[in-house]
Design a protein around this ligand. Structure first.
Ligand code: G3P
Ligand code: MG
Length: 261
């Protein structure tokens, strides 16, 4: 079954990568949450996307040059809407503790690297993730594929996934070489045959960031393992109300026409 991942939490309805966004994603019924982590200057893994605070928090400067206690002084909600004033930049541990209430919730934890920052990110975050979660329902992803090899050394049982933008030739072989069990490709590089071939090689496929109704429908039909989306509510609606495989659709149409006669 395709798992719907709320990208940076329910990021259309709440400020991205905040506890409100994660809670909202769960309320909407998302099967998983995706979020980005970096290290504070005193090596605390925190949940924030950009290298700097400018866009999503009230402060200035880079995340990796700011101590955790200072990061927590910033407002991470007002930029989105005044109703989210006082929202904090979460620590990774806070999100892990929250997620523990939902044993079936998938976590896609993306390790964010900006140039030479965050070098100790895997070393500092993997033991923490391991402490709070089993490898079940957890996937660690990154654009920095070499770092996924480090993750595998630290926690061989957890699923890792390279994120990539440009198309790759036979990405299942590339993933296997990294000891990854999944790929998280930009959706434009994905079609049915890539999905099926990857899965037949034991590699899960979770495209990002899929917000278009037609594309969501297609990925559901191709039985992608996950869809990373800013609109989990739309994806779930499509899944519940409209997603009927093509064969069944023709069948239902035939039955309906027969009844109408
Ligand atoms: O993990 C998929 C997606 O989150 C990667 O891009 O920039 O939104 O972290 P970005
Ligand atoms: Mg991300």
């Amino acid at each position: 079954m395709t798992i719907i991942f709320a990208h940076r939490g329910a990021s259309r309805q709440c400020p991205e990568n905040t506890m409100s966004a994660f809670k909202r994603a769960v309320e909407l019924g998302a099967g998983g949450i995706e979020f980005d982590i970096q290290l504070s200057s005193d090596d605390v893994p925190v949940v924030i996307h950009d290298r700097t605070l400018k866009r999503t928090a009230s402060g200035r400067g880079t995340v990796t040059e700011t101590p955790f206690s200072d990061l927590r002084k910033h407002d991470a909600g007002s930029w989105f809407s005044p109703s989210f004033k006082g929202e904090l930049i979460p620590s990774l541990e806070e999100v892990l503790i929250f997620a523990n209430q939902y044993p079936n919730l998938w976590l896609n934890i993306e390790l964010k690297y900006y140039s030479d920052t965050n070098v100790k990110l895997a070393e500092k975050s993997i033991p923490l993730i391991k402490k709070h979660r089993s490898e079940k329902n957890t996937v660690i992803s990154s654009f920095e594929h070499n770092r996924l090899v480090d993750v595998h050394k630290l926690w061989s049982k957890v699923e890792t996934a390279p994120i990539y933008k440009a198309s790759l030739h036979e990405p299942w072989d590339y993933a296997k070489n990294l000891k990854a069990k999944a790929i998280h490709p930009q959706y434009k590089t994905v079609d049915r045959s890539l999905t099926k071939a990857s899965q037949s090689h034991g590699i899960n496929v979770r495209p990002y960031t899929v917000n278009d109704e037609r594309l969501i429908k297609q990925l559901l039909e191709w039985e992608a393992d996950g869809i990373i989306t800013d609109v989990p509510d739309l994806a779930l609606k499509i899944m519940k109300n409209e997603h009927i495989p093509q064969e069944r659709r023709s069948w239902l149409k035939a039955i309906w026409q027969f009844i109408k006669r």
